[in-house]
Design a protein around this ligand. Structure first.
Ligand code: NAD
Length: 475
């Protein structure tokens, strides 16, 4: 057990491996390209030792009552709260997201909120049949060791979504952060381990090879994965011989459909943040917007006006609400897709002109109108600050377009008529369809994708069931 660091320097020194540590890799700030620190890199032998510890710890952890485990999650949430500022600063430096806006402080706040909420859900024994002749009950037992593999866009929050329910249900956790954001997850785990028993939660920093080793490992019973669809497929294949349980939260290309009766004044800000939260690097962000003829120019104008007023810059500067892309590969994806749109004759309303001299991976807030519905910026996931706005005359066509891709994470319908909006929402193939908003999540409400966006859900009581195995007692 350790004490909770309350300054950035204390927190960084707790997780920084130092330049001379074996296999240490430097971590740079995507806004300034300055060195932040060094992350250790574990290999397959290290993983073997970590999994052995996790299996050992799981016996004692699962023998505790669920109520006991829930009770421990409350001080874990409090530890995160005490370390909010240093955690947010490290997250901002490493991921690039600003401290303010729906960004670093918001993400750390989400970590404590999710931990607390997860401790509070009711999941008791369910009596399935009790008719005088048959009595059957259903309960949920721990699975064993959960291998969690997380991405770089919301590194702390997505990790807590994997960790908190797994621990509550009596599993122990081995988590591998993205190679792009290892320090954020090392720091979060360090803070949580100030209250958790030894061996219950361990972090294994490393790259794709270590992820692949987790997917194959015989001592791991369940994988919770959040990342790209391509990697998800590899994990499904690699985990097949050991028949691991899987939760796959994969990529998306969420459509938003504005209906003709939408109140533009009321929705402009929601449309903007639906698309540009975390500078567009969000799985369930609005990634293609369909607008009817009658509202097309007013929506383009309102979005452009709002977008202009939202400052982008270095995350630690308090006025900023948009930041850089987290890494150069993602910058290149956004740049390539916007170029493809421009070459195809689309109209750039804002942005699209990155400053090559500026340090860091800043891509300006970009809005693209009059774009072909088949353009790559529409049909591929941009995962960055560039939104295509597609004109439509026929709502049936817009619904078809929303459903045309093989992904189905989120979607949204924007209208002043809730009943009509719900009717349209029910026809969209996505795990969640929001009305007059996009991407809002809540620890009580299940969240997950369909089609190539994955399977299994997180959050709420349903999420707890996905990190457990059902047991029926009949008789
Ligand atoms: P990624 O798939 O490249 O990496 C995710 C994690 O997988 C990293 O930790 C990486 O090291 C690991 N990994 C890579 N190759 C592996 C392998 N062969 N076996 C096991 N692990 C491996 O994804 P990313 O670029 O970090 O994240 C962006 C993607 O994630 C986007 O497509 C986005 O839509 C998706 N995403 C989905 C959700 C969701 O809830 N559905 C949330 C956030 C991000």
């Amino acid at each position: 057990m350790s004490t909770v660091p309350t300054t950035y320097t204390e927190l960084l020194s707790a997780v920084d491996a130092g330049a001379r540590a074996p296999r240490a890799v430097p971590v740079h700030d995507p806004a300034t390209e300055e060195l932040i620190g060094y992350a250790p890199q574990l290999d397959e032998d290290d993983l073997g030792r970590v999994v052995a510890t996790a299996r050992q710890a799981q016996r004692e952890w699962s023998a505790r009552s669920e109520a006991d485990r829930c009770e421990l999650l409350v001080p874990a949430a409090e530890a995160i709260e005490r370390a909010t500022e240093p955690l947010a600063e490290l997250l901002s430096r490493e991921q690039g997201k600003p401290l303010n806006g729906p960004n670093a402080r918001f993400e750390v706040g989400g970590c404590s909120a999710w931990t607390r909420a997860t401790a509070g859900f009711e999941l008791g024994e369910e009596v399935v049949v009790d008719d005088g002749q048959t009595r059957a009950t259903l309960t949920y037992r721990p699975i064993g060791v959960v291998g969690a593999i997380s991405p770089w866009n919301w590194p702390m929050m997505i990790s807590i979504w994997q960790i908190a329910p797994s621990l509550r249900m009596g599993n122990t956790v081995v988590i591998k952060p993205s190679e792009h954001t290892p320090l954020s997850v090392l720091a979060l785990v360090y803070v949580l381990n100030s209250v958790l028993p030894e061996g219950v939660l361990q972090v294994v920093p490393g790259g794709p090879q270590l992820g692949a080793a987790i997917s194959r490992h015989e001592g791991i019973d369940k994988i919770m994965f959040t990342g790209s669809t391509a990697t998800g497929r590899k994990i499904v294949e690699a985990s097949a011989p050991t028949l691991k349980r899987l939760t796959m939260e994969l990529g998306g290309n969420d459509a938003g459909i504005v209906l003709e009766d939408a109140d533009l004044e009321a929705i402009a800000e929601g449309l903007f943040w639906g698309a540009f939260i975390n500078t567009g690097q969000t799985c369930a962000a609005l990634k293609r917007l369909y607008v009817p003829d009658a509202l097309y120019e007013p929506v383009c104008r309102a979005l452009t006006e709002f977008a202009r007023s939202q400052p982008m810059g270095i995350g630690l500067e308090e006025q900023n609400v948009l930041g850089p892309l987290q890494n150069s590969a993602q910058y290149d994806v956004v740049d390539r897709l916007v170029r493809a749109a421009v070459e195809d004759g689309a109209r750039v309303l804002l942005g699209g002109n990155p400053d090559a001299e500026r340090p860091g991976f800043f891509y300006p807030t970009t809005l693209v109108a009059d774009i072909d519905p088949e353009n790559p910026l529409v049909v591929q996931e941009q995962f960055g600050p560039a939104l295509p706005i597609i004109r439509y005359s026929d709502l049936e066509w817009a619904i078809e377009q929303a459903n045309a891709l093989d992904v189905g994470l989120g979607a949204s319908v924007w209208s002043s008529d809730p009943a009509r909006a719900r009717e349209v929402a029910a026809r969209i193939e996505a795990g969640t369809v929001w009305i007059n908003g996009h991407g809002g999540i809540d620890p009580r409400i299940p969240f997950g994708g369909i089609k190539s966006s994955g399977f299994g859900v997180e959050f709420g009581v349903e999420g707890l069931k996905h990190v457990a195995v059902p047991q029926v007692i009949n008789g």
